[in-house]
Design a binder for this molecule. Structure first.
Ligand SMILES: [Zn+2]
Ligand SMILES: [Zn+2]
Length: 173
């Protein structure tokens, strides 16, 4: 039964390719997934034509803001994110734009595996670890550039709260 609305008339199931530990009906899951997407910035539209026969599921396509090539990846909660086609060191990417791609056995799918984008938490990555930046980091659209500026400012503000051992890494730029 859905843990949110407890409405036994609505079919509910466990959510997340990597199990999120939540059981939700469809409407409640949609709401939660939208919240998660908002936090992560995973608001890209899905592939225009998801072809179930295609194995080439991460074919590059263009960013609607700047036309640069991006990888449109599904997240763990049925939303989509534009990732860069290249990897970068974590310290070159503001925290909120750090992602990695995980390959997982897929549930509810004919595919043996699913590739999903997972946001890397600040504590999970050392400054020299390679991460996949959200496309926003390299996007030439003015709105994206302003967003990245703000993210750097937020990171610098947060740095004041980090323990000294972590701060050390951040200082060597
Ligand atoms: Zn519900
Ligand atoms: Zn762009």
């Amino acid at each position: 039964m859905c843990e949110e609305c407890h409405d036994s008339a609505r079919p509910a199931c466990a959510r997340g390719v990597i199990p999120l530990g939540v059981v939700r009906c469809e409407p409640c899951w949609n709401r939660l997934a939208n919240e998660l997407a908002e936090i992560d910035g995973a608001t890209a539209p899905p592939w225009p034509d998801p072809d179930p026969e295609s194995v080439d599921r991460i074919e590059p396509e263009g960013c609607p803001g700047c036309g640069m090539e991006v990888r449109t990846m599904p997240t763990n909660y049925d939303r989509w994110v534009h990732l860069s086609t290249i990897s970068m060191r974590a310290k070159e990417v503001p925290c909120r734009y750090r992602w990695r791609v995980e390959t997982r056995p897929a549930r509810h799918s004919a595919y043996p595996v699913a590739m999903i984008a997972v946001r890397v938490s600040g504590l999970d990555s050392l400054p020299d670890d390679m991460v996949i930046p959200a496309h926003t980091v390299e996007c030439q659209h003015p709105a994206a550039m302003a967003e990245v500026e703000a993210a750097w400012r937020a990171d610098r503000a947060r740095q004041a709260w980090l323990p000294p051992s972590v701060e050390e890494f951040e200082d060597d730029e």
